[in-house]
Design a protein around this ligand. Structure first.
Ligand code: SOE
Length: 392
């Protein structure tokens, strides 16, 4: 049943993802004709001064410091979780049990057990018309949605092989501080869960297949980093204390997909010179697609059915009105950016809630990705032995 009235959103967290999600809640209802309006009601964080400043900067009506109080409010419809993975399960399960729709940033959780509990809570809430969505936003880069559509339509034929990598270099400096992303108790894993999760989701989304077995290795290149001192909040200043990095810097693994084909994966924060290079290439018997996030408006398509003398990778600039999500934006050739995927995500969630549909990806897909990550960790701990991905 399509309810009327504004969807009143409360966002838990206010860091980098808080900024990206705020921009999306503000923008999506203005560029798309959504079936329900959006009210940016409350932004929540532990530090009252900081979250008050975030409220003013990002355009929220209220700021609060207790997420449990906000989750219990009757005047809130959606809880948007943008905190580190260690708090996803507590917040999402409480919100779903309180009858709130939930959008949760990736990865779903830091462990399979937490992800499974969240998925059970989402399935129980779904029976009451409550929706849960996981924030794998790169699926909503128009070029990648288009890639999925082309593969599904058979444009590259039978998939023979897949290559995916996510390369960054923000940790090459050994003095980059020991942030929460480098501590297992906070982040669950390092490059594997933070960016490897995106590569796994993308391979499964574009090919429509699942990773069923993996063999992998993990490596930590810099094992100690400056601790951010409480007094200054700046790494190494006011003290030269260094702390242990307890997560991986590099994850390299191979997967067998549902059809039996091999998919290779790389997730690293030490690819010097690569700033945010999420790439995928899918090779088939009739052609191939290739994409690189550092050139996110472009999808490359190779058509083996073209005349031999005309074959080559075609550079598709994905900004035509008929391309996914473009109906809301600019005329052809006016490029989109990193932030637009978040508006597409907000649009799809609002439409799913209004139409009583299940948004994708749901928590069950997030659980499946978590199980792939877990299998990679088990393989890496077992001399890279082939390891089955747990199923339900
Ligand atoms: C850091 O690696 C990070 O911000 C990830 O956490 C995001 O998921 C990715 O989209 C960009 O890089």
């Amino acid at each position: 049943m399509t309810e009327t009235g504004a969807l009143r959103v409360a966002m838990i967290g206010y860091g980098f993802m808080g900024a990206a999600h705020s921009q999306a809640w503000r923008t999506a209802p203005r560029v798309y004709d959504l079936p329900r309006s959006v009210e940016m009601a409350v932004i929540v964080g532990r530090d009252a001064a900081a979250v008050g400043a975030a409220r003013d900067r990002w355009g929220w009506a209220e700021a609060a410091t207790d997420w449990r109080e906000v989750v219990a409010r009757d005047d809130i419809d959606v809880i948007d979780i943008v905190t580190p993975g260690s708090s996803h399960a507590d917040i999402a399960i409480a919100a779903l049990e309180a009858g709130k729709h939930v959008l949760c940033e990736k990865p779903l959780a830091n462990t399979v057990a937490e992800a499974a509990a969240m998925t059970r809570a989402a399935e129980a809430a779904r029976a009451r018309g409550v929706r849960a969505m996981l924030g794998f936003t790169y699926r909503r880069v128009p070029a990648l949605t288009h890639a999925r559509d082309l593969v599904a339509a058979g444009r590259i034929g039978t998939v023979h092989q897949v290559r995916a990598s996510y390369r960054q270099d923000w940790l090459v400096d050994p003095n980059a501080p020991l942030s929460w992303r480098l501590r297992k108790d906070q982040a669950g894993s390092g490059a594997l869960g933070d960016i490897g999760a995106h590569a796994v989701d993308l391979v499964q989304f574009v090919t429509g297949q699942r990773v069923e077995r993996v063999t992998g290795v993990l490596d930590t290149i810099v094992r100690q980093r400056p601790v951010e001192t409480e007094r200054t909040g700046i790494a190494g200043v006011g003290g030269s204390e260094r702390g242990e990095v307890t997560v991986d810097d590099v994850a390299i693994f191979t997967g067998r997909l549902s059809s039996g084909v091999l998919a290779s994966f790389e997730a690293t924060r030490f690819a010097t010179g690569r700033k945010n290079a999420l790439s995928i290439e899918v090779s088939g018997d009739r052609g191939a697609i290739a994409f690189d996030l550092e050139d996110l408006n472009v999808l490359w398509l190779y058509d083996r059915t073209a005349p031999e003398t005309e074959q080559g990778f075609t550079r598709i600039v994905v900004t035509e009105p008929g391309h996914p999500y473009l109906e809301g934006w600019w005329p052809t050739g006016h490029m989109l950016g990193y932030e637009h995927g978040f508006s597409h995500q907000a649009k799809d969630l609002v439409e799913a809630i209004a139409h009583g549909a299940d948004p994708a990806p749901g928590f069950a897909e997030g659980l499946q990705v978590q199980r792939v990550l877990d299998a990679v960790e088990r393989s890496a701990a077992n001399d890279a032995a082939w390891t089955a991905v747990d199923q339900d």
